[in-house]
Design a protein around this ligand. Structure first.
Ligand code: B12
Length: 211
């Protein structure tokens, strides 16, 4: 099955092969979600396990991430397709000190597909930048991503800064957080309004905030 080949191509760090296979699957009408879950993201999970075992290192992790991004670039127009008037604005970014962006990008794409305008601040974002961007873009939601356990403190700081701006300025945003080290309990503890385990959950949360 070709989706398994996509998985294997990421583990071979073969961007061209990923592009070829994803293009072929799209032409066949394969669901992007299947390619994501069973191909691209599954391969990253394997890479993460091999990194933990010490059989693979940062350069390989980076090459695998590049191969996944090549595939995501092809899926982006489909995941972000909506054609409706924006139902709200989300400012999103990966917190200070953290350079991981694949999950955040996926959340952005799916939010766009659900009809939100997304302002993506990238990675390693200072807390104050979330506030500035939310004010400049009249945002409804601030979304924070963290992949490293050590970034959880930065997430807590960022949520604190946004909450303070909510109290002291004309800002009025809801805050959602996500990423593997984050939990419901942690989100509640740091004062976020919601935690999403994955991109579809992020959409559900965002819709709930807008109502
Ligand atoms: C690719 C990768 C990298 C790449 C990142 C490239 C890039 N452009 O993103 C590179 C090589 C740069 C990298 C570097 C490092 N990495 Co790294 N990396 C990974 C890897 C393999 C995949 C991450 C990924 O993209 N997953 C796929 C996406 C789709 O999943 P996701 O991010 O979880 O996102 C989903 C959900 O969490 C959720 N979500 C995410 N964000 C948000 C936000 C909101 C608001 C919501 C609602 C939901 C949500 O929705 C997403 C979609 O469903 C993971 C292992 C793994 N399996 O996760 C390790 C991993 C995260 N890395 C790890 C480490 C240790 C590092 C380094 C410290 C290594 C080093 N010694 O230098 C550095 C840190 C650099 C830094 N300062 O950030 C550890 C973290 C351990 C920990 N608990 O702290 C992991 C878990 C590997 C491991 N098994 O040890 N890494």
């Amino acid at each position: 099955m070709t989706v398994e080949k996509i998985y294997a191509a990421v583990l071979d760090y073969d961007d061209d092969e990923v592009v070829e296979l994803v293009t072929a699957e799209l032409a066949k009408g394969t669901e992007p979600q299947v390619m994501l879950d069973d191909g691209l993201v599954a391969a990253l999970d394997t890479v993460g396990e091999q990194f933990s075992e010490g059989t693979l290192f940062v350069p390989e992790m980076l090459m695998a991430a590049d191969a996944v991004k090549a595939g995501l670039d092809l899926l982006r127009p489909i995941l972000a397709e909506s054609g409706i008037k924006p139902i709200g604005t989300v400012v999103i970014g990966t917190v200070k000190g953290d350079l991981h962006d694949i999950g955040k990008n996926l959340v952005s794409m799916v939010l766009e597909g659900a009809g939100f305008r997304v302002v993506d601040l990238g990675t390693d974002v200072e807390p104050e930048k979330f506030v500035d961007a939310a004010q400049e873009n009249d945002a409804d939601i601030v979304a924070l991503s963290a992949l490293l356990t050590t970034s959880m403190a930065a997430m807590e700081r960022a949520v604190g800064v946004v909450c303070k701006a909510n109290e002291n300025s004309n800002l009025n945003v809801r805050i959602m957080v996500g990423g593997p080290p984050v939990t419901d309990d942690f989100a509640e503890k740091i004062g976020a309004d919601g935690y999403g385990v994955d991109a579809p959950t992020a959409v559900g949360l965002a819709r709930g905030f807008i109502q």
